[in-house]
Write a new protein. Sequence first.
Length: 133
Amino acid sequence: TLKRRLRKMDKNSFYFEASPYGNGEYIAEIEGYKIEISEDAFSEEKIAFVEALLEIYPIKVYDLAQFCKNSFDSFYPGETVESIVEKLHQPIIRIDEIGGRFIYCHHELDSDHIIDVEFSGLMDSFFSVTIDG
């Protein structure tokens, strides 16, 4: 299996960003990934979850790409699982109380939209793809 060692994360790896609209977020950047954990969900357990997620992402991104292909094949015809993986690039990873989302702002599928994919567990299932722009 492909296992990579990431820099160990802890609460000090994050900074807090307040929001005028309610709860703020704890934010960290590691190996090019921006991680956002809601204020209510921020804990050592969620940090450990993020570490595990970052380790599994390079393997599970192919499952995510298949889900995306099935969801938006009519929007991006002709894309393959492999081409989607190549064009997504690194997401913003947003973690909350019930799961998480990958937000792709810098993908190469087009230049006008943000792709948002909701997932549960360690990418055990995907249940929503939103193309926003």
